[in-house]
Design a protein around this ligand. Structure first.
Ligand code: DX5
Ligand code: ZN
Length: 247
C-alpha cells in the first residue's frame, strides 16, 4: 500500500512534535493555534476523554470541527468502544486517529473500518491510523494489528491528565516496539505521549521516535510560542545526536 500524504508529512518531518491543545487557554483556542503555527509545529494533539475509559470528560467532534488550522489534527481517542464513533471524528476533520485496545472489543475491526474512510479535509491526504497503549499494557497486543496501523503511540503516563511525570519504563517499551516494527517489515511510525518536558524531550527523541506529544510543557501559562520552538529544536537535536547509533 502506498503511504498517504499525511503519513509522509509525519515521516519526512520526523521527529514531529504534536502539541496537546487542551492544556491551552480554551477560550482563546484560535490564537493559541495561530501561535503554534508560527512556531513551526505541524501537529495539534486533541485528547478526547469520555468520562468512562478516563475519569475526565473533554471534547468531541464539534470542537475538532471548529479547529480551523493547517496543522494536522491528531485525535487521541481515550473513549470506550470507538467502533461506532470514529466516523464522526473523521467527518469532523481528524487527520490521525488513535484508539486504545484496552477500551475496544473490536480493535482490528475499527482499524479496518478506518482504512475505508476518507480524510474530510482532503480526500487525497489519507488517514493515519494509530493504536495507543497504556503503560501497563503488554506490547504483544500490537502484533496482530501491525498490518492495519500506521502509528503506535506509547503512553508514558496513565491516561487522564496532563502534567504527570514520565514513567521511566517507557524507554524499554520504545526499544521493544521498534524491534517489533522492524521485524514486521512494515513502515510504522512510533510516538510517545505524556510527561514530556524541556528536560527530557531530547532524550526521548534520541531513542529515534517519530512523534512526541507534549501538552503542559508548551501551554504552561507563559510563553507558549517560545516553549513550542524550544521543544521542536530540542527534539531535532536529540534525534540528530543519536543518528549515528541508529543507522
Ligand atoms: C494523557 C494524554 C496526554 C497528556 C499530555 O492522558 O493522552 O496527551 O495530556 O500532556 P502532558 O504533556 O502535560 O503530559
Ligand atoms: Zn494524548
Amino acid at each position: 500500500m502506498t503511504a498517504s500524504i499525511a503519513f509522509n508529512i509525519l515521516r519526512e518531518s520526523s521527529p514531529v512534535v504534536s502539541v496537546g491543545i487542551l492544556t491551552a487557554d480554551l477560550l482563546s483556542l484560535g490564537s493559541e493555534l495561530a501561535l503554534l503555527e508560527r512556531s513551526g509545529v505541524q501537529v495539534a494533539h486533541v485528547d478526547v476523554m469520555d468520562g468512562c475509559f478516563c475519569p475526565m470528560m473533554t471534547v468531541g467532534p464539534p470542537l475538532i470541527k471548529a479547529l480551523k488550522t493547517p496543522l494536522l489534527k491528531d485525535v487521541h481517542l481515550m473513549i470506550d468502544e470507538p467502533l461506532n464513533k470514529v466516523a464522526d471524528y473523521v467527518a469532523a476533520g481528524a487527520d490521525m486517529i488513535t484508539i486504545h485496545p484496552e477500551a475496544c472489543s473490536h480493535v482490528h475491526r475499527v482499524l479496518q473500518q478506518m482504512r475505508m474512510m476518507k480524510n474530510a479535509n482532503n480526500p487525497d491526504r489519507g488517514l493515519v491510523r494509530g493504536v495507543a497503549l497504556n503503560p501497563g499494557t503488554p506490547l504483544e497486543v500490537l502484533e496482530p494489528l501491525l498490518d492495519e496501523l500506521e502509528l503506535i503511540l506509547l503512553l508514558a503516563v496513565n491516561p487522564g491528565w496532563g502534567g504527570q511525570r514520565f514513567i521511566a519504563s517507557t524507554i524499554g517499551r520504545v526499544e521493544k516496539a521498534m524491534r517489533m516494527t522492524a521485524d514486521s517489515g512494515r513502515e510504522i511510525l512510533l510516538g510517545v505521549d505524556g510527561g514530556i518536558t524541556r528536560d527530557n524531550i531530547a532524550d526521548v527523541a534520541a531513542l529515534g521516535v517519530d512523534m512526541i506529544v507534549t501538552g503542559s510543557a508548551v501551554f504552561d501559562g507563559k510563553a507558549a510560542e517560545e516553549n513550542a520552538q524550544f521543544m521542536l529544536e530540542a527534539a531535532r537535536k536529540g534525534f540528530r545526536s543519536s543518528a549515528d547509533l541508529r543507522f
